[in-house]
Design a protein around this ligand. Structure first.
Ligand SMILES: NC(=O)c1ccc[n+]([C@@H]2O[C@H](COP(=O)([O-])OP(=O)(O)OC[C@H]3O[C@@H](n4cnc5c(N)ncnc54)[C@H](OP(=O)(O)O)[C@@H]3O)[C@@H](O)[C@H]2O)c1
Length: 265
């Protein structure tokens, strides 16, 4: 499938690991210059190597910016680096998120502020920072990586679940402002994906329920009708499709990639 993305530029938050790294690798392989943003500099450097190794023939550029995108400063710095380097941002993949699992009565306000600042406010700030130049150029493609917990609330994942539900509301709401300017924004909501985060969540769920990590992992997989975790590459493939002209009429949509777990209309 011809995606015609070559020559475009993209920011991927949380691009040093998991789903974000898979999206950066997939975009780079299509000839898209990528700026990955995350906090840990060493992991960013390793990710740049992984991106280059994934598609050594790519003529695109791969850059990294160390920033905490749960802060307004961090978001500003990431977007300024991209605009200073390329003069434009064609694609934004909002992906950085790390809401904890845990017992509702034990998790303090910090857990909620941390999750909402990073994922909800972080995604909104990124859109606010990149959208004006997209609207002015009448071209922009944004994907928010959300999570099926938006639709399937559980008492031990309310920081993440509430952030995800709010991001769906944000995605659909702001899509109406962006659409007349030919800027599209869509959401992908994965179920369990085989990344370090999934392993961390399994450890936290095990603690919250007083069970082993193996049991917590098995319960999570058992909740997926397709019977397995998705791989990060699968999420990247759908992100690639959504930012391409193949999805030119798709905006304000949410694509559930949860192996059939969400059974609501
Ligand atoms: N894995 C799943 O099962 C699953 C399911 C549904 C939804 N999701 C969503 O998918 C997204 C990616 O998850 P993942 O599994 O790929 O996670 P991951 O493997 O833990 O990777 C998270 C990435 O985000 C970065 N990050 C975390 N906090 C950050 C901050 N404050 N500022 C900048 N970067 C930050 C991390 O780097 P640093 O730590 O170095 O900053 C890393 O690059 C998240 O939004 C998550 O909620 C994941």
């Amino acid at each position: 499938m011809q995606l015609n993305l070559s020559g475009k530029t993209a920011i991927i938050t949380g691009g040093s690991a998991g789903i974000g790294l898979a999206c950066a690798q997939a975009l780079y392989a299509e000839g898209v210059s990528v700026l990955i943003a995350a906090r840990d500099r060493e992991r960013l450097a390793q990710a740049l190597t992984a991106i280059n190794d994934h598609a050594p023939e790519s003529k695109a550029e791969a850059l990294a910016e160390s920033a905490d995108v749960s802060t307004a400063d961090g978001v500003e710095r990431v977007v300024a680096r991209a605009l200073d380097t390329w003069g434009r941002v064609d694609i934004l993949i909002n992906n950085a998120g790390s809401a904890p699992s845990g017992d509702f009565y034990t998790l303090g306000d910090d857990a909620y502020h941390g999750a909402w600042d990073l994922k909800l406010l972080g995604y909104m700030r990124m859109v606010r920072a990149v959208a004006p130049q997209m609207k002015a150029r009448r071209d922009g493609r944004i994907v928010n990586i959300v999570g099926a917990a938006a639709h399937n609330p559980t008492p031990t994942f309310l920081a993440g679940g509430t952030a995800n539900a709010a991001i769906i509301n944000f995605t659909k709401g702001i899509s109406q402002d962006l659409a007349p300017h030919r800027v599209r924004i869509n959401a992908i909501s994965p179920g369990p994906v085989n990344t370090e985060r999934a392993r961390q969540l399994a450890r936290q769920e095990a603690d919250a329920h007083g069970i082993s990590v193996e049991e917590a992992t098995a319960r999570r997989i058992a909740s997926v009708p397709l019977g397995r975790m998705a791989e990060a590459d699968e999420i990247a493939d759908i992100a690639l499709f959504l930012v391409s002209d193949r999805a030119a009429s798709v905006t304000g949509a949410e694509l559930l990639m949860d192996g059939g777990a969400t059974a609501s209309v």
